[in-house]
Structures are given as C-alpha cells and as structure tokens.
Design a protein around this ligand. Sequence first.
Ligand code: BG6
Length: 507
Amino acid sequence: MKSNELIDSLQFVIFGASGDLSQTKLIPSLYKLFKRGRLPEEFFLLGADHHFENRAKFLKNLSETVRKTLPETFETALWEKFAKKLDYLQLDFEDDEGYKELSRKLDNKESSSRSSRQRIYYLATAPGFFPLIAEKLDNFSLTGASVAGWPRLVIEKPFGYDLESAVEFNRKISRIFSEDNIYRIDHYLGKEMIQNILTMRFANMIFEPIWNKNYIDNIQIISTEEQGIKSRGKYYDRSGALRDMIQSHLLQMLALIAMESPANMATESILQEKIKLLKSLAETPLPDLENNLVLGQYSRLDGPEKYIPGYQEEENIKSDSSTETFAAVKININNLRWRGVPIYLKTGKRLEKKNTKIFVQFKSDFHPSFLDNNEPEANLLIIKVQPQEGVSLQFNAKKPGSQDEIVPVFMDFCNKAPRDLQSTPEAYEELLAGLIRGDQSLFTHWMEVKNSWLFIDQLREFINTREIKPEKYLPGSRGPEGMKRLVSQDQRRWWDNADLEDKEEKL
Ligand code: BG6
C-alpha cells in the first residue's frame, strides 16, 4: 500500500557502510533525499563495519567518494550539514560487544517523540552475514515492537542461491522480522519506467483491451550490459546470468508486464497479481529447452587497439568455469491471457551496449491490398528503461510524397533527456524514499522470490543434467550465435538488434 505515513524521526543503520554499495549508491542517495527535503526532521545515520578505525576516517573517505559520485549535486556546505547527522561504529559483525555499543549509540540518539519514530537496518554486507546480523540484533533486544515501532530490515540480493537455500535463509530472517518489515531490494523496481508499466497498462484504454494472446504476437524483455563482471568474480562465478539477472530483474519486469489487472492499485492487490503470474510461470511446463535456452560466456578480445580479458581470465574466476555471462530463453505462461504467446528473455554482460527495453510486438493483419509487395511492419510498443527512458509506438504510415509506399513511424514519449549510464543511484533514491514511507510496492515479497527460484531451478536442473556449456561470444558483440536461432526458428527477430534507434532518427 502506498503509505503516506510521515515520520518525524528516523534512525538509519547501514551494516557494511564502507562498501561500494553504501558509498556510491546508498549514502549519495540519502544525501540527495536530504537535499530535496525528503528526510524526516530528525535523522541519524549510523554506519557500521570493521573497515575504519573511527568516524573521522570514515567521513573523510566518504565525502571524497560522494563528491566523485555526484559531481553535479555535491555542495560542500550542505554536505557538512548532512555529515553532522552521520556517525560510525567500527564493528565486527560477530562480536557481541560491538552490538552493545551499537545499542548505546542508538539509545543516545533516540528521539523524545514516541509517536512517529522509525528505525531501519540496512544490510549492505555479503549475504553470508544476513542471518548472523539479524540474530545478533535480536539477541541484543534491537528488534521487536518496543524498538521504534518495529524496525525494518532491508536486504540486498542474492536472496539465496536456489530455492532450497532461499527457503532456509528466509526461515532464519522471518523468525525475527515479520514479512511486513522485511524489505528485499530489487533496484529495477526503483527505475522510473518500471514504475510506469502499470500506469501505462491500466490508465490507458488503448492498451488493456488488446493486451493478450489475441493481439500480441510476442514479448521481449531484454537487459544487456557493456561492462564485464568488474571485481565481483567470487559472487558471479557461483551465480551467472540466470541467477544474477533473470531470477530477479527480468522476472520482475515480466510480472508487471504480464500480470492480470489488480482489484485496485494498493500494494497488496498488485502483489497478489504478481505472485499469481510468477506462480503460473513456475508451473507452466518449460518449452523444449534444448532449442529454447541459449547460454553464453564472453571470450577474450585481443584486438590491435583493445584487449579485454575473457571471463575465464577475470579475477577470482576458475580458468575452466562454465558460468554463463549471457542467457536467453523462450518461455510461455499457461493462462488464459498468454497461452501460446512466446516471451523471450535476454541478458548478458560485455555486449555491444547497455540497454534495457521491453518490446511488445503486436500481431500483423492488414488490408489485403497492403499485402502485395511492400508488406507493412508489425506494430511495436517499446518501453525504454535505460539508458533512455520513455515509450515508443511503431505504426505504419504513408511515406510523405509517395503514392503508396508504407513506412513504419514512431510516436515517442521521452521521459527524460538521455542520461549517462548511472541510472542505479537514481533508482536507489526512489527505493530509499519508498522504504522510509513504508511503501512495500517497490520491494519484493517472499512469495515472488520463492516462485522465481522455482522457475530458475528448473532451468538449472536442465543445464546440470545435460551438462550444457555456454557458447563463447566476443566482448562488444551481440552475444553468442545461438541466440539468433532462438527467434529465427519461430520466424521472429530480436528487436533490440533491429537498430530501431537509427531508423527513428532517420524518419
Ligand atoms: C545487479 C546485478 O543486480 O544489476 C549486476 O547483480 C548488474 O550484475 C546490475 O550489473 C545491473 O543493474 P543496472 O541498473 O545497471 O541495469
């Protein structure tokens, strides 16, 4: 539910405050919220981890990082005002004494107003620490109703490694925090155009009546990246594209695109429909995966001007690793709305460009007189998530000046001028604002996580039993050769490779 609950006093504790996520995303986003007057009157941010000896060293490093991260928004005087609200505790997550000190620090900053206080524990640590920290918080009476009206626990993915580990992980956490107070981050839900999907679908008469198998030919949900795995080898080699991107971000986009109309726009109603959709997905028999799943892994690029190490040469990656850095899969959803409509999901690292888009291709049927030589193109709705944000609708029109030549033209809604690729901090800003409001609609529920794992586990089982190895592809390419077959065997095409942008500009 979009709660408008206003809080006067907020204590925000970040475990892992010296890590990359905290320093380049969380704290810069909190600073931006502060700048925009979106933080409560009384705000106290406590960073905790073992990295720095004291507050001064933590702050020195932090202010430099935030300045670099937000070159345009950083203002020294305002930062100093914000920094007064920040404290740091050198804490070993396993050490009981540290939690006593944490408790003292929070008590000292406790607000006198008892009515509208909130406390948030943000676990920006390696996932292995999540249950331990939750347990320690509980042991030291830092949880429960008596503490600032039920503190909230925020956790970053991965929520487990497969269904079994996710269940176990959830069992440990939910013994201490109720589902209402657990906020699982999927930062794609903070992206502007993802938040726009339901509005577009349900606030426009022109889409909903045709949003089904009678009018839609296929859907493509695609998120590609130019970057490799950076320094996340240890995590990524156990994960791969299916677990890292499809289990979370792509299935969340799918749920919003394909769910049924909710009873109303309250969080619970939307959630029910998303869960139903993900459950249908998990329960729909998989298509013949032999022909409908493509895995890839980037190889080395050893060009005259550029050298890019192959995945197997990256730091902390086994030299014979068969982890996929690319995955494309065709799925079906066996319900009345979608039966028979192929949905293609595609994601990968070290590809030609950073691009997240959803393509909805409508069925083609034209007046017979248009079917002769210059057959019109299918109508296409493109939801552009990043780097550009907006929506394009492709339809057919007569080429100006010609007698009967038909050309596809685009109707465009551009949300914002194209941004640089740093969309994540903006998403985090939205997510943190939602978290402070208590708006669970921007976070994932356990049942969504569970059904997503059920689906991914089936794919993984197929890969393991058949010992499928990823196909190699070159950095900067569009992915492994096999992905072309995935759509061409259905007489379809990948729309992200269709260079529509060039076409848009030419028209
Ligand atoms: C994260 C994945 O969840 O999302 C990363 O773990 C990926 O591997 C990132 O790079 C992509 O996010 P965005 O917002 O840059 O598309």
